[in-house]
Design a protein around this ligand. Structure first.
Ligand code: GTP
Ligand code: MG
Length: 245
């Protein structure tokens, strides 16, 4: 695998699914238009932990709760929780990040329509956010897709949503490692042995992202790590609930 190959994460968000824009988005991002190849794909019921980790940089902002509700599907499938999904895709190829950002367009759909008519987000919408008294306190941008902004962001995001084994062996560009120990997770904490309610993150012989393994080893020792235990665990909890919340 060449080192100059880039990958990027695309999420087809609940508003795109609800409006049957999936085929349109896939066509726009297709190899014919973008020159990029699929390296991974999955349909994900986004839980609170994954949503919070994905949008960690926006924690504390006025639009954060609505951003979580949006990506978790609660806005577009309020009464149909089983339909709350996003499609997560990894695209691969030279300049993948910028190519997909370009086809996607500006964050704000109104700006997208004004400045880049024809880009994917020009078909999105902006919704006013109101407080209990009906006063407008901000806005929510329903912009149909997510696309990683930089190669570093793409690496963090792909490792958050995908396990190495979700990506064909010849297409993995981030370092992997084979695990020799067990690690379990529950409520933000790590364990070496099974306890009721824990989920198994790693078992001997598993192929995992090397950075996840390093992070978990540091965190278990109580040391600082580049990412949280929740960021490692989120992908192992994807679609793992017994029923849609
Ligand atoms: P993504 O591809 O979704 O990550 O969008 P982006 O990279 O163009 O924007 P960014 O990562 O900064 O923000 C993530 C999401 O938060 C956006 O898609 C918007 O839905 C929302 N968002 C970001 N900035 C603002 C803002 O200033 N106001 C509001 N209302 N929403 C914002
Ligand atoms: Mg972004």
């Amino acid at each position: 695998m060449q080192n100059d190959i880039e990958q990027t994460l695309v999420l087809i968000k609940p508003d795109a699914l609800k409006n049957s824009l999936t085929g349109y988005v896939l066509s726009q991002l297709s190899e014919f238009h973008s020159g990029l190849r699929f390296a991974g794909a999955k349909i994900v019921h986004v839980n609170q932990m994954l949503a919070e980790e994905h949008y960690a940089e926006h924690r504390g902002k006025i639009f954060f709760p609505s951003l979580l509700a949006y990506i978790m599907g609660g806005i577009h499938y309020a009464d149909q929780p089983w339909k709350r999904r996003v499609i997560a895709l990894v695209y691969q190829g030279p300049g993948a990040v910028l190519k997909i950002r370009d086809l996607s367009g500006p964050t704000n759909p109104h700006v997208a329509r004004d400045t880049r008519p024809g880009c994917v987000r020009s078909l999105g919408t902006v919704v006013p956010l109101k407080d209990a008294e009906g006063k407008v306190i901000g806005e929510r941008m329903d912009n149909l897709i997510h696309a990683s902004a930089t190669p570093a962001e793409a690496e963090r995001e792909i490792k958050l949503w995908f396990r190495p084994t979700d990506i064909p062996p010849g297409m993995r560009i981030y370092q992997t490692a084979v695990v020799h120990e067990y690690y379990y997770f529950k409520d933000g904490s790590l364990f070496l042995q099974y306890e009721p309610g824990t989920i198994c993150l790693f078992a001997p012989g598993d192929i995992v992202w090397q950075s996840d393994l390093e992070a978990v080893r540091l965190l278990y020792q109580g040391k600082e790590a580049p990412c949280s235990a929740a960021a490692v665990a989120a992908k192992y909890l994807i679609n793992a609930e017994q029923e849609s919340a």
